[in-house]
Design a protein around this ligand. Sequence first.
Ligand SMILES: CC(C)(COP(=O)(O)OP(=O)(O)OC[C@H]1O[C@@H](n2cnc3c(N)ncnc32)[C@H](O)[C@@H]1OP(=O)(O)O)[C@@H](O)C(=O)NCCC(=O)NCCS
Length: 170
Amino acid sequence: MADQWVRLELDLNAFDADRFEAYVTRCLDEGIRLTTLAELGDTPEHRRALYELNKECSADIPERGEFFSYEEFCTRRFDAPSYDPRGVVLALDGDDWIGMAATSRHEDFLFNEMTGVRASYRGRGVSVAMKTFGMRFAGVCGVRRIRTFHHPANDSAIGMNRTMGYTDTG
Ligand SMILES: CC(C)(COP(=O)(O)OP(=O)(O)OC[C@H]1O[C@@H](n2cnc3c(N)ncnc32)[C@H](O)[C@@H]1OP(=O)(O)O)[C@@H](O)C(=O)NCCC(=O)NCCS
């Protein structure tokens, strides 16, 4: 794994909501529905589907290595006190889960746990749409900052976050 993560933060006071809500509208116009795990139902079946999607997308993260077993994933994600299904955004094309943007809840910020879009849906603004949609959860939590970090070779993830206004935290 990298020893020089790219650490980024978004200040929601500086977020250009009008510009990025257009990505949400575009997704909906293209028939892609945005929802959350809480809305869809935080059920064992849906947790397993989230795992499968996360595993598939994580295969494209540089140097990610072997993905967690389902049991490890449950412990790390669902059993963590920072877990809240309202912070897990999903993009659906019909019944197919095609994207996820999962955050966890911390005292004064949200953390981006994982953003992933199935390969055949990339480059259409789905990740930006999901993350913009997910900012409603920041409002619910009363936080104004969202943090993330990436492998320095993950150009698409870093580029996507910079496009949204994330800046380096050093
Ligand atoms: C990172 C990822 C989620 C991006 O999803 P996506 O839906 O294809 O991204 P978008 O189409 O919303 O791109 C949004 C913006 O990112 C920027 N971007 C995308 N790819 C880029 C690249 N390779 N280099 C630089 N910027 C890039 C662009 O500015 C783009 O906006 P624009 O199309 O309006 O110019 C997707 O590539 C993925 O699932 N990768 C594998 C998993 C991963 O690495 N996740 C991140 C770690 S948690």
